[in-house]
Design a protein around this ligand. Structure first.
Ligand SMILES: NC(=O)c1ccc[n+]([C@@H]2O[C@H](COP(=O)([O-])OP(=O)(O)OC[C@H]3O[C@@H](n4cnc5c(N)ncnc54)[C@H](O)[C@@H]3O)[C@@H](O)[C@H]2O)c1
Length: 507
């Protein structure tokens, strides 16, 4: 990170002094700088002369005293509080009294680092993302001790380097990591609970939530040791059990299975491609829809796109392969499905669209619960179907439901009958955390959205997501998750409830 940050500063025309522990480390740092700028030259993004100018602006040394004239020092030593405090004591000794001292820590409290110096008012966090020359986001962290001028000065400098600074307070994980790692740990806990498989969770979040990669692929890429370290640091402050690293993650780290860098983590990277199951083949299923409303319309539109026949009158249900209950009200849905259950031929799959963990209740009311599954389309515009089997669903029925949905051109994932199925169960707690940050005044909506889009590569930020999905839907899903788990952190945050009640978006 140190080499990356030095490159960003030198590219911005600033003179940089890079300090390393010893000559070997210094040469490694020089190698990083040369190869990174060299790649830019090869790609035609930088001329050879510009590269030389950039490298000429970086003086490398092993002597802290060479930092004596610097206006700003950015520390990027390993993520250990004792080490950072030692380095800051040394910086405090050698740097000018008016120099600003910054830490690139990902998750340690900046206040703890600042408090060990004689100038806590001049200490800030500047959290660059990896790789620093590419990633646009920089979180600028002010502690309660930081002088406002030091913060604005650093934010302006960051902006001048072509980056987007987001100024926030000193909370473990800041914005991006706090939101991201809560979600990643939620995915690990979901896997551990047996609710869904690794592959189905990854597929669901990619296809159904439009994320660039699923949570297990991302954790393997970040490194499971880093994930564990960040979660431990966030948990130390939040004491929120959702930040308590999943035992599965800890076990993988203890076993030395750290992800891509060691060849195995949640996945094995042994060059052996996992065979992908073939898309189910066969005639388009005949689908019956009972109930009216936007959900029923969305399913009818989907069937239309797939070129399949839709039957929605009671008399026609006998010829259906799949009957979907899509009523807006659970009680009406129960009555409609029970009537449909009498009309269909044996072997017809009955699907319930409620995602509040109540598929089993609807199923019992039909008198033939073995034929009932849950079916959820987390985003009607995305080709993902989540199929939930209850304890009463016959195993072959769940398989048949998955096959029928596949023949409608949908990617299918399977899970148990729990609130939110997969996508909603993982994304709404994350969105709730973002709304809570906004409600607490920790960061504004633009900063929160920028943190996730520019820092984590999300296609849209959480506040924009909440407004797209609707605060009322968020409150409904969160209430269901809270009712099921009794976890206070899953109760919808007051700001969200207020916006849902007022029918107003967050922005
Ligand atoms: N790697 C990332 O993705 C990432 C992203 C954002 C922030 N960070 C943060 O940046 C910091 C550095 O992370 P990294 O991944 O670059 O670590 P790293 O271990 O790759 O590099 C740390 C460097 O610090 C040097 N060092 C150790 N002690 C030193 C000392 N006393 N004086 C001078 N140099 C010393 C080491 O020789 C090493 O080159 C951490 O606080 C980390 O949390 C990392």
């Amino acid at each position: 990170m140190g080499a990356g940050i030095a490159e960003v500063l030198a590219r911005g025309g600033l003179a940089v002094v890079g300090v390393e522990v010893d000559r070997d480390a210094l040469e490694r740092g020089r190698g990083h700088l040369e190869s990174s700028t060299g790649r830019a030259v090869k790609r035609g993004r930088l001329t050879a002369e510009a590269q030389q100018e950039i490298l000429g602006r970086v003086a490398l040394t092993t002597d802290f005293a060479d930092l004596g004239d610097c206006d700003l020092v950015i520390e990027a030593v390993p993520e250990r509080l004792d080490l950072k405090r030692r380095v800051f004591a040394e910086l405090d000794r050698v740097c000018r009294a008016d120099a600003v001292l910054a830490t690139n820590t990902s998750s340690l409290p900046v206040t703890d680092i600042a408090a060990g110096t004689s100038r806590p008012s001049q200490v800030v966090g500047v959290h660059f993302f990896n790789p620093a020359p590419v990633m646009k986001l920089v979180e600028v962290i002010a502690t309660v001790l930081t002088e406002p001028d030091a913060v604005t000065g650093v934010a302006e400098l960051v902006k001048g380097l072509g980056k987007t600074p987001v100024t926030i307070g000193d909370r473990a994980g800041f914005v991006a990591n706090r939101l991201l790692f809560g979600y990643l740990n939620g995915a690990a806990a979901m896997l551990e609970s047996g609710h869904a498989t690794r592959d189905d969770i990854d597929t669901a979040m990619k296809t159904g939530a439009g994320l660039p990669m699923g949570p297990f692929t991302l954790m393997d890429l970040i490194g499971l040791d880093t994930c564990l370290q960040v979660l431990d640091a966030i948990y130390a402050e939040s004491r929120d059990r959702r930040h308590a690293a999943s035992p599965l993650l800890r076990e993988l780290v203890t076993a030395g299975l750290l992800g891509r860098k060691t060849g195995r983590g949640f996945y094995a990277y042994d060059g052996v491609e996992q065979a992908k199951p073939d898309a189910p083949d066969g005639p388009r299923p005949v689908v019956g829809i009972v109930g009216v409303g936007p959900l029923a319309d969305a399913i009818a539109a989907l069937c239309d796109r797939a070129g399949t026949q839709v039957r929605d009158s009671a008399a026609e249900l006998a010829g259906c392969d799949l009957v979907v209950e899509a009523a807006e009200d659970a009680e009406a849905g129960r009555a409609l499905l029970s009537a449909a259950a009498q009309a269909v031929k044996p072997g017809t799959v009955l699907a319930v669209t409620s995602v509040d963990g109540s598929v089993i209740r609807q199923a019992m009311a039909t008198g033939r619960p073995a034929d009932v599954v849950g079916l959820h389309l987390p985003d009607p515009a995305a080709p993902l179907a989540e199929i939930a089997a209850t304890v009463a669903t016959a195993p072959d029925v769940a398989g048949r439901a998955a096959e029928l949905a596949g023949r409608l051109g949908l990617t299918v994932v399977r899970c148990r009958d729990r609130a939110g199925f997969i996508v909603d169960a993982l994304r709404f707690p994350y969105l709730n955390d973002a709304a809570a940050m906004l409600g607490a005044g920790y960061a504004d909506a633009d900063s929160i959205d920028a943190a996730m889009t520019l820092g984590c590569g999300y296609p849209t930020g959480p506040i924009a997501d909440l407004d797209r999905l609707g605060p009322d839907r968020a409150v409904t899903v969160l209430n269901a998750l809270h009712a099921e788990t009794r976890d206070p952190a899953l109760a919808p945050t007051p700001l969200l409830v207020e916006h849902a009640t007022a029918g107003r978006p967050l922005r």
